[in-house]
Design a protein around this ligand. Sequence first.
Ligand code: CA
Ligand code: CA
Length: 454
Amino acid sequence: MRIKRSLAFAAAAAALVAVPAQANAAPESSQSSPTGQTAQQPVERQVLPAGDGWASAGAGTTGGAAASPERVFDVHNRAGLLAALAAAGTEPRIIRVHGDISANSGPDGKALTCTDYAAGTGYSLEQYLYDYDPARYGTDQEPAGEQESARRRAAAKQAATIRWDIPGNTTIVGAGPDSSITGAALRINRAENVIFRNLTVRDAADCFPAWDPTDGATGNWNSEYDLLQIINGSKNVWVDHSHFTDAPNLDNLQPTYFGRPYQVHDGAVDVTNGSDLVTMSYNRFSDHDKLLLIGSTDSTTRGDVGKLRVTIHHNSFENVGQRAPRVRFGQVDVYNNHFVTAAGSPVPYGYTFGAGFDSHINAEANAFTLPGNIPASAIIGHFKGKVITTTGNTINGKHVDLRAAYNTAAAADKQLAEDTSWTPTLRTQVHPAQAVPALLKDHVGPVFTAGDNH
Ligand code: CA
Ligand code: CA
């Protein structure tokens, strides 16, 4: 694909933040090959352009683009990927993922099921449902006792199998547009300078959801895993042209226990615990409920204050339930995205922009394609926020002042003022909202083929 990115804002951005020379190389710029011919950088050698969102601030985001040949890993299965992730050294590394890699599998490559993880732990869903049935156990306390302990033992076995950390100075890419990782709980954990591109990531299903009768008025089943977690002070992360989805294991295919959905999924891409400087661009997010959580607590003691800065631009959100994103603390720039909910969406629509505690969302020139039963007033969700800026957004092609629509329907103590505290500058070209659906069609999610040597 060839979407031209204007660097018109780069000069302004460079004046505000230190951008190293390395990060100034546009990813689709040309370089001379040994034969003297001009060739485009392959996807795994590209870096985040200067001025392209919060991940271009600070040290910029180059990932593993400069990896030496012995630090370019072609991986085709779980064992190969884990070896590449674990390879010693902090020098740049490139990981090219081929085909589908399934996380729920053993060292021998054999597929593992939930029954395999539960074996030997004493856990049985049937017994768990019996022991913690509200009619028997009540609703005042979280599950404790034999079956809850067994559930935790089984969950620990699954976590040890599917939770994989991506180290700093890494670029991980799909070798082709059909490359995918299934069932993994990926993390960028205490890591800096990571590029994640051209990959489909699907269905980080938790085999062992926990019942919590004290969660909300009705109790809830909660699951552990996000598709990609950016956590614990990680920074300078670029997530681009990837696809995050529950499909084909959708929430509406799960049973209901104790009157509540048996929720096996948690977030899609969550940014928490003091992480900072993230750009998400040209991704597809589809068929998922709680999508992008930016900040997981109102507490000011976890290092979130002044962090959690994220840019979300030119992504397609298809049948997403809520948190797209939900924000605490961070300055979050959300522009030129297409939010589509089908009339027959398998995921119930809740809201899109969640204004949480001390959040600073700037939502600009986004396009919404919504069925008639979702009103404009529903697009903003209120979670202790005070401010939000919304400009130039459209619903079904017509300009709508989303903040005004929200305030018209909201209670007096939940009104949101315009956010005058900051103005985004780290942007590529901003398109009119009406142009966004056509601009993104066929250009989001994995579209690239990596370079040779594989
Ligand atoms: Ca949850
Ligand atoms: Ca989570």
